[in-house]
Design a protein around this ligand. Structure first.
Ligand SMILES: *Cc1c(COP(=O)(O)O)cnc(C)c1O
Length: 463
């Protein structure tokens, strides 16, 4: 028997006493179909999904601050290790607090199983090495978060995995770049630094036509603005650090497996050859029927998470669960404030250009408007009329906005990517990804929008 307690299909009700059961919310086994109108809605799931009520009857989610779990006896221990019995072993692999986060993320993304890890960056690396090895190739958008770009451009090649970069707004470029060693396509929904929106469904079609999974980093949209799985994504990555945590107070990442990619079609030897990391198991062929759909999530947990070890702390899991509870409210307000600020900047004489996918004239608007029904997110970028020097001056003198290398905080943030997050890129790479020296990146927070506009006007005036 090969069963995993934390895969998101089996949701355990810890306490079976009558009184506890009366108060319990009984979650049905997961189904991966799009959320129907009879199912609980996003706002409700954000508050309730994935929490079993334990025998303390705690309403809040307990933090299980423990590294390991007692074995009842040697037989119990042996059974847990052989996966003949379900149960906790060690927090690098599983933790009851983290399990709530994972189950809730699966519900909100409409996926079958999730694995939470130490950071968004670790989520990306664990995803790639779960499906690709030396000699393999990934075809990726060239508009990526700075750290992801460096991982793909400078680290993966040293491990023998090549990455071909293409224009995220041109699905045909993905098709042309695929070769016989390509193992996945990789995009971000709304991408750094120019906030282009990648047409998820069209790129998913290219992936599936070629027997490949589509991996989507959905950090900038969160499941409240876009559920990439409903648009064909097979694996969704979220940096929990950003809007999901929502207050700039912890680092974490999550990988969600849609549970429907067929890894047995011959393009993924890591899933069809015996795995020396795991008792010679062939992940796509040997799992029991109930677990076969989540082969990817299981391999992430039992191979890189277990043996490379970028696990999340239960305290941070708790912070992200707390963030999820108000995600719908915050994303709505972030989006409204960002729209107000973008519209204002567009009319400002000291502003050369503005990109916000919600502006009607924005090159990304048609594709974004098709998919993003709840708002266009909290990121706005613009060019200072006075170029690089004006951009620096603006950042050094602005009020309210915090000058930090982060996004998705409740507070408004500002950054000059050319001299910071994207300074690793060569001038040519910067040009290719649309990153100019005059570009200022704003992560619009939850302050009153008129205060934000006033702060921007003051510094633009003098720029
Ligand atoms: C921040 C970010 C990451 C990396 O996440 P960390 O939690 O900081 O490691 C990846 N992708 C995107 C789009 C991000 O914004």
């Amino acid at each position: 028997m090969f069963v995993w307690k934390t895969h998101g299909i089996i949701l355990t009700i810890v306490n079976t006493s009558k009184r506890a059961n009366e108060r319990n919310i009984h979650w049905k086994p997961k189904n991966t179909a799009p959320m129907s109108t009879t199912a609980l809605r996003f706002e409700t799931l954000a508050l309730h999904a994935g929490q079993p009520i334990d025998n303390t009857l705690s309403r809040g989610i307990p933090v299980y601050r423990t590294a390991s779990y007692l074995f009842r006896n040697t037989e119990h221990a042996a059974n847990l290790f052989a996966l003949k019995e379900l149960g906790n072993i060690y927090t690098r692999l599983m933790n009851p607090t983290t399990e709530v986060l994972e189950a809730r993320m699966s519900e909100l993304e409409g996926g079958a199983a999730s694995v939470a890890v130490a950071s968004g960056t670790a989520a990306i690396f664990n995803t790639i090495i779960t499906l690709a090895e030396t000699g393999d190739n990934i075809v990726a958008s060239r508009n990526l978060y700075g750290g992801t770009y460096t991982q793909f451009d400078a680290i993966l090649p040293k491990l023998g995995i090549t990455v071909t970069f293409v224009d995220p707004e041109k699905p045909e470029e993905f098709e042309q770049a695929i070769n016989e060693r390509t193992r996945a396509l990789y995009i971000e929904t709304i991408s750094n630094p120019t906030l282009n929106y990648a047409p998820v469904s069209a790129i998913a079609d290219v992936a599936h036509r070629n027997g490949l999974p589509l991996v989507v980093d959905a950090t900038f949209t969160t499941p409240f603005l876009l559920r990439p799985i409903e648009h064909g994504a097979d694996i969704v990555i979220n940096s929990l650090t950003k809007w999901i945590g929502g207050h700039g107070s912890a680092i974490g990442g999550c990988i969600t497996d849609a549970g429907r990619f067929n890894w047995a079609k011959g393009r993924h030897p890591l899933f069809t050859e015996p795995d020396a990391n795991y008792h010679g198991l062939r992940w796509a062929l040997d799992l029991p029927e109930a677990l076969a759909p989540i082969a990817f999530a299981l391999r992430v947990r039992t191979v890189p998470l277990r043996n490379i070890g970028a696990c999340i702390s239960p305290d941070n899991s708790w912070i992200f669960i707390q963030g999820l509870e108000t995600l719908p409210l915050r994303m709505t307000k972030h989006s409204e404030n960002a729209m107000t600020v973008a519209t204002h900047l567009q009319k400002h004489p000291k502003v050369a250009w503005v990109r916000y996918p919600g502006l009607k004239g924005d090159p990304s608007y048609p594709a974004a408007a098709e998919d993003l029904k709840n708002g266009f997110g909290g990121m706005v970028v613009f060019g200072a009329q006075g170029g690089y020097d004006a951009a620096i001056k603006i950042i050094d003198s602005i009020r309210i906005f915090s000058h930090v290398a982060n996004v998705g905080d409740a507070k408004s943030l500002i950054l000059h990517p050319a001299s910071t997050s994207h300074s690793q890129l060569t001038e040519e790479q910067q040009r290719e990804s649309g990153l100019s020296g005059d570009l200022i990146r704003l992560s619009i927070g939850l302050e009153h929008p008129l205060d934000l506009i006033k702060a921007l006007d003051e510094v633009l005036e003098n720029s």
